[in-house]
Write a protein that binds this ligand. Structure first.
Ligand code: HEC
Ligand code: HEC
Ligand code: HEC
Ligand code: HEC
Ligand code: HEC
Ligand code: HEC
Ligand code: HEC
Ligand code: HEC
Length: 448
């Protein structure tokens, strides 16, 4: 359905129902009975003094209008100011009692894998505890993912009972507002910065600028301007996934393009899912389990077709197809530069100029060591991969010429020159002092 039609329809329905009727709408039939004001009363009365703004937000929420009170989400085991450790903290299943459709969609989508994916990184345990289970870095964004009961218990020891809700990521507590979640700002806190600046790319693109102008009233309220949600949560579907995914690696290989195929094999070797002779490693299973890449043509096409349908609401099908094909081409060219850089560093291992670090499975650069890469030339390779290659293709897909060009492609060209020069220097130094290769930089000690 067209966006404008949906909005008009919703507005018409709201008018028909009237505010009073809308407020009296009961909890869905067959669902647990919502708290009667009397039952929720004690929680609200006391918490209005303890944390007045939590109660205020709840009062402003749709939940308070339909009599979904504190007890529905936190249980009734805590009753006094001293026993609050008995209060239950919600998980998606708490919301699922009444919102099974959204929870089922969420569980099928990429967001549900966020915790599994971060924990699958080989150097996750090198990061400070606050960054991981303390939810201040990787964990702060990736807590969105589903956790097993064992993982929840582990988290509890470091971060307390918090961080298992997932559903408060876009409609935050205790407003739980649909209007908030529909705004692109709802994605900003996580989809920004170093390796996935979708917020910056989008807000500077014509799409984002138009959306901003709509908010200020400079252009009409119903003029065309897509949000993140229009393109990635079509029809309000909570299952998010894209064709290329975060790392822009996929199967099958492009058999009609031998150069791109060779470059992609090199990148998969850099990611450690293929070994230096091209055979699959154990890491491939981890990557498959976390749904990191689309592994068949059909899986890829399904996402691409959905996306093209969205573009087609506002652009010609042909225009949209050409735009996405150009962006695919950006990945191909970025892959070529990236593979050349990986081969330059791999050559240093093959020729014994860099010794194999103890934590590496193979004498080959490992892009997934991120900022814990052991040598300066590999640090450069990491930045080229995770910052600049990302920006080149993500900027192309998000209609932001500056990110695609200056923050992406142009930086990759500079990285490649630097990496080749550094490799040449290491080779010269190695020749001059054949007895001892350069010592690898110290890696931070893993903290338990
Ligand atoms: C007599 C006062 C009182 C009553 C009644 C009360 N609470 Fe609390 N509750 C507290 C206090 C005090 C805290 C600690 C909060 C703080 O330090 O700000 C707390 C904490 C909580 C927490 C947070 C726990 C945490 O680990 O952060 C939740 C959730 C909660 N209450 C829910 C409820 C619910 C649901 C009810 C009704 C069944 C309820 N409360 C009734 C006083 C009360
Ligand atoms: C629709 C479900 C829902 C309802 C209703 C609800 N809460 Fe919560 N509450 C949550 C979620 C989700 C969290 C976040 C848990 C986490 O961090 O994992 C939370 C966290 C809290 C916290 C601790 C975190 C903080 O920010 O301090 C307190 C205190 C709390 N709720 C009190 C209340 C009170 C009082 C009410 C009733 C006025 C209430 N809640 C109603 C879902 C709900
Ligand atoms: C006991 C049932 C129940 C539980 C538990 C519950 N909700 Fe709701 N929720 C409702 C009802 C009923 C509505 C109103 C639906 C309507 O407007 O038709 C609602 C509305 C909403 C809305 C739409 C608000 C708007 O602006 O229109 C959101 C978002 C939402 N809930 C999220 C959550 C989340 C997240 C949780 C878990 C933390 C949760 N709910 C737990 C019953 C529940
Ligand atoms: C709390 C942080 C957080 C918020 C808020 C958030 N995301 Fe995400 N998002 C993530 C993480 C983490 C991943 C990677 C999950 C994984 O695959 O392991 C992700 C993945 C995605 C993907 C999948 C990309 C792929 O690999 O195909 C899409 C699409 C996406 N998010 C869109 C959105 C949109 C749209 C919003 C706002 C409506 C949003 N996200 C809000 C953290 C967040
Ligand atoms: C600011 C929020 C944020 C922080 C901090 C963060 N991530 Fe992410 N991460 C994301 C988002 C958002 C995505 C999805 C981006 C996309 O698809 O373009 C993601 C994607 C990933 C993926 C790819 C998942 C997949 O299946 O495609 C991995 C692995 C990952 N992050 C690991 C980490 C590690 C390890 C750290 C800490 C060193 C970290 N992240 C810190 C938000 C964050
Ligand atoms: C990535 C951001 C994001 C996350 C995470 C998220 N939501 Fe939503 N949610 C949205 C958006 C956007 C909408 C508005 C969709 C629309 O326009 O119809 C929405 C709408 C809703 C609604 C109202 C549906 C309706 O048609 O009235 C409910 C209920 C809801 N979400 C529940 C949940 C639950 C439960 C979870 C956890 C499993 C969750 N959401 C997680 C973004 C999110
Ligand atoms: C006009 C549609 C559109 C809008 C608006 C949009 N995106 Fe995208 N997004 C795309 C396309 C197209 C792709 C690449 C899809 C593919 O792989 O084929 C993409 C990819 C992604 C990915 C996967 C990795 C990547 O290539 O970046 C994430 C995550 C993402 N978008 C998040 C967001 C967020 C967050 C916003 C809002 C700040 C947003 N997008 C706005 C169309 C859009
Ligand atoms: C809700 C409507 C809407 C959707 C959906 C949408 N766009 Fe746009 N797009 C626009 C508008 C409006 C402009 C500004 C047109 C102009 O510059 O004259 C624009 C501009 C662009 C531009 C800038 C180049 C140009 O012609 O000015 C590109 C590229 C683009 N869109 C690609 C896409 C792609 C690819 C998709 C799907 C992934 C998409 N758009 C989805 C409305 C939309």
């Amino acid at each position: 359905m067209k966006l404008t039609t949906r909005i008009t329809l919703a507005a018409a329905l709201a008018l028909l129902a009237g505010p009073a009727a809308a407020q009296k709408k009961p909890a869905p039939a067959g669902k647990p009975a919502a708290t009667k004001p009397a039952a929720g009363g004690a929680c609200v009365t006391c918490h209005a003094k303890v944390n007045p703004s939590i109660v205020k937000d709840w009062e402003l929420s749709r939940h308070s209008k339909v009599e979904v009170g504190c007890v529905e989400c936190h249980g009734s085991a805590h009753k006094t100011k001293d026993d609050f450790a008995n209060a239950k903290m919600p998980t998606p299943d708490t919301c699922g009692q009444c919102h099974d459709a959204q929870v089922a969609q969420f569980k099928k989508g990429k967001h549900a894998f966020a915790w599994a994916a971060v924990k699958a990184m080989p150097t996750f345990h090198y990061q400070p505890v606050a960054i991981r289970e303390g939810l201040k870095g990787c964990g702060g964004c990736h807590k969105l993912g589903l956790k097993t009961p064992e993982e929840q218990a582990e988290l509890r020891k470091v971060a307390g009972p918090y961080g298992n809700a997932s559903c408060d990521a876009c409609h935050t507590r205790h407003l739980f507002s649909k209007a908030e979640a529909r705004r692109p700002e709802a994605c900003q806190t996580c989809h920004m910065g170093f390796d996935h600046p979708q917020w910056e790319m989008y807000s500077g693109s014509k799409h984002g600028v138009r959306n901003a102008l709509k908010q200020t009233g400079a252009i009409p309220q119903y003029s065309a301007a897509p949000t993140c949600q229009d393109c990635h949560m079509q029809e309000g579907n909570h299952e998010v996934r894209t064709a290329w995914g975060f790392l822009a690696v996929r199967l099958p290989f492009p058999e009609d393009d031998p150069q791109w195929k060779a470059d992609r094999v090199t990148i998969l070797q850099g990611l450690g899912v293929l070994d230096p002779s091209g055979n699959p490693t154990g890491r491939l299973d981890v990557v498959k389990a976390a749904d990191v890449a689309r592994l068949t043509q059909e899986a890829w096409d399904a996402e691409r077709t959905k996306m093209l349908k969205t573009c087609n609401q506002c652009h010609s099908g042909e225009f949209a197809k050409v735009q996405l094909q150009q962006s695919d081409g950006m990945i191909r060219d970025a892959d070529h530069a990236m593979a050349e850089a990986i081969r330059a560093v791999a050559g240093l291992y093959q020729d014994g100029i860099l010794p194999k670090p103890k934590s590496y499975a193979f004498p080959f650069p490992d892009l997934l060591t991120f900022h814990d890469a052991p040598t300066p030339v590999e640090q450069k390779l990491f930045v080229m991969f995770l910052e600049h290659r990302m920006r080149a293709f993500q900027g192309a897909f998000h209609a932001n010429p500056d990110y695609a060009n200056w923050y992406g492609w142009s930086e990759m060209a500079r990285d490649l020159v630097d990496i080749k020069a550094e490799a040449a220097t290491l080779r010269r130094e190695h020749k001059a002092t054949p007895a001892q290769g350069p010592a690898p930089a110290a890696q931070p000690t893993p903290k338990k």
